[in-house]
Design a protein around this ligand. Structure first.
Ligand SMILES: Nc1ncnc2c1ncn2[C@@H]1O[C@H](COP(=O)(O)OP(=O)(O)OP(=O)(O)O)[C@@H](O)[C@H]1O
Ligand SMILES: Nc1nc2c(c(=O)[nH]1)N[C@H]1C(S)=C(S)[C@@H](COP(=O)(O)O)O[C@H]1N2
Length: 195
């Protein structure tokens, strides 16, 4: 027994071209790589590679939360202004609650990497006992937004620092991070004593 709660994580790569084989999907591997390094809990993965279709994206999110019982779902792609970029609309359509701070913080972080950061309309929402977060489609933006720039002065925290406590608050598993990758923050009263 590892002593860590098991966590079920859904990953949705939204890309017309990757889902039809025009290019290889790099979104799912990039998310698995970063999360696999950052999260110490045993992870059960649910992955989906789908085109930029609003109803299909919403259906995948509903299925991952309601049927596959994911605690956390991350999407990548389809957050921009192009006509087929509809991931934020599909995500809001399945929301019980909006969590605007995630999108605000991601755009701030991304401005340190690209001047076009504000073109991402990414959102985060709660559905049931799951947190759903949109990330941009550029595979490199995954580590950029999740990890931030902890070495910078002053440090820019990545958005994943707030994910474990958010998941606590909605009744999910106690997520623990490898501090070398991500310094998660919880108020002292919420930190679980080591068993
Ligand atoms: N799943 C993916 N795998 C590999 N590269 C990707 C992926 N998604 C996006 N990219 C890269 O990031 C760029 C910007 O992503 P964006 O989501 O805007 O793609 P897009 O232009 O809408 O095309 P598509 O939906 O066909 O991936 C793409 O042009 C592509 O180079
Ligand atoms: N961290 C980060 N954020 C980023 C980018 C990036 O390369 N890195 N690309 C930007 C660009 S160019 C666009 S158009 C928007 C939307 O991207 P998407 O449509 O691929 O989701 O994300 C923006 N946010």
């Amino acid at each position: 027994m590892s002593g860590f709660d098991p966590v079920r994580i859904g990953i949705v790569s939204v890309s017309d071209r990757a889902s039809t084989g025009v290019y290889e999907d790099k979104g799912i591997p990039a998310l698995k790589d970063w999360l696999g390094r950052a999260v110490r809990n045993p992870i059960a993965w649910e992955t989906r590679l789908i085109p930029d279709e609003q109803d299909g994206i919403s259906a995948a999110l509903r299925e991952l939360v309601d049927v596959a019982t994911c605690d956390l779902v991350l999407t990548t792609g389809g957050t921009g202004p192009a006509p087929r970029d509809v991931t934020p609309e599909a995500t809001v359509a399945v929301a019980d609650k909006l969590m605007p701070g995630f999108g605000e913080q991601m755009r701030q972080i991304s401005l340190n990497f690209v001047p076009t950061a504000i073109l991402s309309r990414q959102v985060a929402v709660i559905r049931g006992k799951a947190l759903i977060i949109n990330l941009p489609g550029q595979p490199k933006s995954i580590a950029e937004t999740l990890e931030g720039l902890p070495q910078m002065q002053p440090p820019v925290p990545g958005i994943f620092a707030a994910v474990p406590y958010c998941v606590d608050l909605i009744g999910g598993p106690y997520i623990e991070c490898d501090e070398a990758v991500c310094k998660a923050f919880r108020p002292r009263s919420a930190i679980r004593a080591k068993g």
